[in-house]
Design a binder for this molecule. Sequence first.
Ligand code: PEP
Ligand code: MG
Length: 586
Amino acid sequence: MTSELPTLEKTWQGTAVSSGVAHAVVHVLKDDFDEPDAEPITADQVDSELARWRAALDVTHTEIEALQRAVGEEQGSAEADIFETHLLILDDSSIRKHVEKTVREKLICVDWVYYRLMCKHMDALRGLADSYLRERFLDIKDITQRVMRHLRGELLNHPMFDDPVIIVARDLTPSDTVQLDRSKVLGFAIETGSVNSHAAIIARSLGLPAVVRLHGICEELHSGDPVLLDGDDGMLILNPCAATLTKLRSREEEAEEREDALQETRHEPAVTCDGCAVEVCANAEFIEEMTAIRDSGAEQVGLFRTEFLHMENPDGSEDWLAESYTRAVRAMAPGQVIFRTLDIGGDKVDPQMPFEPEPNPFLGWRGIRISLSRQDLFKRQLRALLRASAHGPLGIMFPMVSGVKEVRLAKTILQECAAELTDEGYAIAEEIEVGAMIEVPSAALSADLIASEVDFLSLGTNDLIQYTLAVDRLNERVADLYQPTHPAVLRLIRMTVEAGRKAGIRVCICGEMAADIELTPLLIGMGLSELSVASGQVARVKHAVRKLHAGDCESVVQATLHLDCPLEILEHSRVLSLQRYPELFE
Ligand code: PEP
Ligand code: MG
């Protein structure tokens, strides 16, 4: 008789960033830089193994030459020369000989041999004081990463699943998320990350549970392991036993009952007890979300992040884009969809763009900066948006604006596109609202100047907080310093609201702060009357608004004006929220 050892539960505690529970097997997403397994091969396989590797080197070579050409055309030959070093490393004959010899002698797969050799080179350079040599470390890393990706085959970058899975990853970039077969993904368990990383934002948008900061899971979990992901308590449980599953199921049932009750009023307007109307809109990343958004109780899309559509098809033609935007517009009509023009950069790196790794990507080539310098891309997008405007209400807003000049330039290009399209015989809407995101402190400080150029302002507090407090929104080490209720952040929000009021234009908030029901009193008290949140949060935020009295909210703001401690300010808002809608905290 054989007796199987019982599988033991193992629990990781992380940070919950998107609620809900999922029970499924995991799919561990390999980082391009994860060490491959040292698979043994037979002597017969050596030639095909080496041929596979040479093919990966060739594709990488072509890829780098293409990058070099694109950068050369755009930024000049000095910048393009950087890629010469990449090509030298790639073609280095001593590396090639060493790999071939080792594979033949040791009969180990080429992935491992090449990876180990390149790591050895990197280790030698890593600690050097000379900054030139340290830079070469990055070059080798970049090359290795590209070759490894091609060795693994592009397919692994676009995983398709037969059955539902929970994605386990060290870090999930927006471009990873775009490539996943989302119809089969039940949740995200991430080693790093933070509540404001785009993986977390997307999970909330898609209504999937997500937990970040689950240290060590990529090492210990293997694709196919059964887990339970608890996005409410921030836990991941490997091999959950029957008792654990039953306990969680009954908790889920209670939560579902509460949620059903909340959803009953989702289509009713959000008006405070004393008659202040608050528009609660939805944020969107994917066209497929539109049905869920219509059903969520939101009548408008306050922020459509267009970079995800772009990353799905970076070479998509103007026609394809116009068609995609039109689908979104038609799905929401008569409600308006506000499209944000491309906000590539920061963590939303488009793998196909000729990006040289930047030392401070969040302070670098990002958002409107890219659009204004890559006018071919910008115009394609603007023309597609203008064409979609013929099919329903649409607004356009510009991200990462740091001053009024960028807004004027972007508007001029928009007008040029509109004139071209009219000449070409396309129908475009007569009225298209144009707005600017206020997410850089300089934009908030000059919101009055920007307000005179636009129809609306939209506060992107995710970035506004990181830039104001100099706290990387993705860096878990400084996550405690990321404080939405820091007086400096609140002052910038108040300045923006005031600038909008004086100019007679609306001011919306579309950062994650808008969905935090502990902060709703503060936001309403500061005069915000448009909140754009993940679709799953719409009913909740509307409910919170209906329970509040705008007068009380203003008193909360007054009481906090002289306070210097972010936690104390938060507490004032929290107390009112707990008094007015305790049911939302159960
Ligand atoms: C923001 O910064 O608040 C915002 C909405 O933009 P994103 O999160 O996409 O940077
Ligand atoms: Mg932003």
